[in-house]
Ligand binder design. Structure first.
Ligand code: PRX
Length: 641
């Protein structure tokens, strides 16, 4: 493969092996060739990677550092010029059949108008803008409008609370918030503007709020601060020029949960991220120019960033945005959309697959799925039964199923089958993308790399363009979280098995991160919310296997002396969690216990709590290091099965 030759699609295992080897042998040449062929640069980069995992403590590594671009020219301008009338965003609203087609030319104009409006509110290159919206096309317009002028967006999922929103506004120092009066989901209103108002009370740093009018519901506006989207855009330029950015200028911040503390603002930069999102989207799904591509995630998560907005638009294909839920009005909604929109590639999460599978095949078979070619899954381990159902029922046994493993931090898909090339095994994410070198570490803390089949902690050995560069305002936290456990490796936080064929089977998080319905949340966030209530002395939260959600949330509560576990208390605790994190966060089971199992040095032995919550009390192992081993018997006896 010579440097500037466009890469042939991967259609066989030999093709995969050739590209994987090419990327391994000369990563700079591989990625420079990919970015030149896929991305519209103003100044093409001549440099590949600078820095590596051993130097990351001294500062972020860089890719394509001498390149200049504005990523909206890849996502919009080039397609608006070549295929102006082609649908860029195909929007399906909450009510079936409430549909909009927005062409590339129209999308570019909308983006330019909002970009100009942001500029008039004083937003400049490098400034931060929070986007707190539902799944309306305007959410994508808002992201791209920020990118157009080099502003850094941070999308906050609409299911997060005012507290969570305020934390993020403060952490990134946002000057403008873009929201909508209400969101619509499953026939109900989501009070996005009201939550924004609550979050911004007393926040002096925010100088403007732009409000998209989704419905005619009455919406109180704050004089001098709030502006209707339609007003500011009506008076704005439809031709706002794109601001030239460095490859390593930040494109967005996305907050994500870890083992400790508050969510971290993971930073992705322009050149490497757009290259990786574009390349992986095209390669994994085998995207064809006329595809109707549907990823039914939410733009509040990384999947929505990379595979609803940036990857598909950069590849110039029609991307669906879905406002509703897989269950509204019934469990056939996905396949109804597949039939009506003639969808070719469909990408969802195991939770949704399990939930709709439980409603039976009739909801699937009554719709025509003959256009489908590829079915993707992401966000959590998919159990082989759910995989098989997805393959056999919606996929009619003929579609490629791609189980894509990746993370907010990786920017794009890292371990996955390539549609039409990789032989699959139900439940396995299979093999790495070209440019990704996964390594398993022995889980015994020895820090030794494992060779051949086995189970260990999943790390990645070498940098790739799409990876997060830092944590906003806290590079030491970035280094400590990802590069200290296994020096010179990126540690994913996931466990993984590798079989005799070198296939990867992700087993789930090995740290204190929960994955509930594909939503990533920290046990520490739950615990600090629970501790806010005066009745609570100590709290420990763990996950347990849940048949639909993947993981459920189990909270152990130690009350203050003199407090009683009344019937009301779980509701009050639940409310506190909701207030502090959002409607996405729900404790499934509470158990009130006299004390936590602690070692003599005071460390909570979470392993014991996990095993009991998992319903495996006999597997808790050695308890001899506990200060008071008798506490374990009491906890076992009170298990909320
Ligand atoms: O545990 C893994 C799980 O989701 C985590 C990343 O969550 P988040 O940053 O929110 O990004 C989700 C969407 C990319 C991972 O550490 N995960 C993601 N995809 C898979 C998965 N677990 C198993 N199989 C997958 N395909």
């Amino acid at each position: 493969m010579t440097e500037n030759q466009p890469q042939a699609p991967i259609t066989s295992m030999d093709g995969w092996r050739d590209q994987w080897m090419a990327a391994r042998q000369n990563p700079d040449a591989f990625w420079l060739a990919r970015t030149r062929e896929l991305i519209q640069w103003r100044t093409e980069p001549t440099q590949g990677l600078h820095g590596d995992f051993s130097t990351i403590k001294d500062g972020p590594l860089t890719w394509f550092a001498d390149g200049k671009l504005n990523i909206t020219e890849s996502c919009l301008d080039r397609h608006a010029a070549a295929t102006p009338d082609k649908t860029a965003i195909l929007w399906e609203g909450d009510e079936p059949g409430d549909v909009q087609h927005i062409s590339f030319a129209q999308l570019l104009e909308k983006v330019c108008r909002l970009a100009d409006a942001l500029g008039k509110l004083g937003i400049q290159k490098g400034d931060r803008v929070i986007i707190y919206m539902g799944m309306v096309p305007e959410a994508a317009v808002a992201m791209l409008a920020c990118a157009r002028i080099g502003a850094i967006h941070s999308v906050v999922f609409g299911g997060f609370s005012a507290e969570a929103l305020r934390d993020r506004v403060r952490d990134c120092g946002a000057e403008v918030v873009i929201t909508q009066n209400v969101g619509r989901r499953g026939g109900r209103n989501i009070p996005l503007k009201a939550v924004t108002d609550e979050a911004l009370e007393g926040e002096r740093g925010v100088k403007g709020v732009i409000v998209f009018k989704r419905t005619d519901d009455e919406t109180p506006m704050v004089e001098g601060r709030d502006h209707w989207w339609h007003d500011v855009c009506a008076n704005a330029s439809p031709n706002t020029p794109a601001t030239e950015c460095d490859a390593e200028d930040a494109l967005f911040i996305l907050y994500t949960s870890g083992s400790t503390g508050k969510p971290k603002g993971v930073v992705h930069t322009c050149g490497g991220y757009i290259t990786y999102a574009t390349y992986t989207h095209k390669t994994v799904f085998g995207i064809q120019p006329d595809d109707v591509y549907a990823c039914v995630a939410d733009v509040g998560w990384i999947t929505g960033h990379s595979y609803i907005v940036y990857g598909p638009l950069s590849n110039g294909v029609t991307t669906l945005m879905f406002e509703s839920t897989p269950m509204y009005p019934d469990a056939g909604r996905y396949w109804d959309m597949v039939q009506r929109h003639k969808i070719n590639v469909f990408y969802t999460a195991p939770t949704a697959i399990r939930a709709i599978a439980a409603h039976g095949d009739d909801f699937v078979t009554k719709y025509d799925r003959s256009t489908l070619r590829v079915l993707g899954t992401v966000g959590e381990p998919i159990n082989p039964e759910a995989w098989q159902w997805y393959h056999d029922s919606p996929g009619e046994g003929r579609c490629a199923v791609v189980d894509t493993w990746w993370q907010t931090e990786t920017g794009g898909i890292c371990i996955t089958p390539i549609a039409g090339a990789t032989p699959t095994k139900p439940g396995s994410a299979t093999l790495p993308m070209p440019g990704i070198n996964p390594v398993l570490m022995q889980a015994d803390g020895s820090g030794k790399v494992m060779w051949g089949p086995g189970e260990g902690h999943l790390c990645i050995e070498y940098p790739w363009p799409g990876q997060a560069r830092t944590v906003w305002n806290d590079h030491p936290r970035f280094v400590a979280t990802y590069f200290q456990t296994y020096p010179n490796y990126y540690f994913t936080g996931d466990g993984c098995k590798r079989d005799d064929d070198g296939y990867h089977w992700i087993t789930g998080r090995v740290d204190d991160v929960l994955n509930v319905s594909g939503h990533r949340m920290g046990t520490a966030e739950f615990e600090s919310a629970l501790l806010i209530r005066d009745e609570v002395a100590e709290a420990a939260v763990v996950g347990y296997p849940h048949p639909i959600k993947g993981q459920g949330v189990y909270a152990y509560i130690v009350l203050q002396p003199g407090q009683e576990a009344t019937d009301e208390l779980p509701k009050l605790l639940q409310q506190e969690v909701r207030t502090n994190i959002g409607v996405v966060a729900k404790v499934d089971k509470f158990q009130f216990i006299p004390g936590l199992p602690k070692t003599r040095s005071g460390k909570v032995m979470r392993r014991i709590l996990r095993k009991i919550a998992e319903g495996q009390p006999d597997a808790i192992g050695d308890t001899s290091t506990l200060a008071d081993p008798s506490v374990v018997e009491t906890i076992k006896a009170g298990y909320q099965g």
